[in-house]
Design a protein around this ligand. Sequence first.
Ligand SMILES: [Zn+2]
Length: 170
Amino acid sequence: MVARAHEKISNARQDFLHKLSRKLVNKSQVIVCENLNIKGMVRNHKLAKAINDCGWGMFLNFLEYKCQKEGKVFFQIDRFFPSSKTCNNCLNVVDSLPLDIRTWDCPSCNTKGIDRDINAAKNCRDEGIRILFSSGTGETAKGRNVRQRRGRKSTVVAVADEFGSQHSTR
Ligand SMILES: [Zn+2]
């Protein structure tokens, strides 16, 4: 009985993650994720349950294969990139930001009360744009083909346009 309940929960979770990843891939040309040290975090008991419960690794897999299937770009940024500890407004980096502090208050530019996850997500987006434009993929702005993983070629002009305009209208 318990096993069946677990199976039911796990199916519902998979279904949810499939739908969510589908939605994100449909509306994006590029998806940038943080490369979280999941194994390391799971060893931390406080975080273990939360991470295992939400199936983060599974979610990333879903995103990645859906992007690959459709010639979209998926990549993860370095796990040492200080996404949470950097101010998205002034780029000030703080030494530490304990997990129980949920808002970003910048001691440097006085930005206050920003949700820490939103601040981190914006930093990931900006870092993703930086990487796209500074690596080979940056050539997309000129409409050249870029080689993705698996050696498939695809043109991602729309990505540069979309990101460029999003970036400049921020
Ligand atoms: Zn700041």
